[in-house]
Structures are given as C-alpha cells and as structure tokens.
Write a protein of this length. Structure first.
Length: 51
C-alpha cells in the first residue's frame, strides 16, 4: 500500500490523505490531515487488516 496526499490525485486540493491498495482501489480516505498522522495511519491499517 502507498499513502498518497490527496493533491496527487486531485489538483488544487491539499491536506487530505488517500490509502490506495495495489489493485488501485481506495482503502481509506480523509478530507483533512489528522493531528497525529502516524497514529491515524496505524488505526486505519489495524481496521483494514482486521477484516
């Protein structure tokens, strides 16, 4: 998985994040950058991988 800044996907938009799987499906997205990005990424990955 690769963490992308939303600006890489949509020009002119800044601050959000998108987690894209290797098969190009969006696994998770956020409209704004979290206050604690590392903790948020850890929470999201735990949630996604627990399925």
């Amino acid at each position: 998985m690769r963490l992308l800044h939303r600006g890489e996907l949509r020009r002119g938009r800044h601050g959000g994040c998108v987690l894209v799987r290797p098969d190009h499906h969006v696994a998770w997205r956020s409209k704004a950058l979290a206050a604690a990005p590392a903790a948020e990424l850890r929470r999201v990955l735990v949630s996604i991988l627990a399925r």
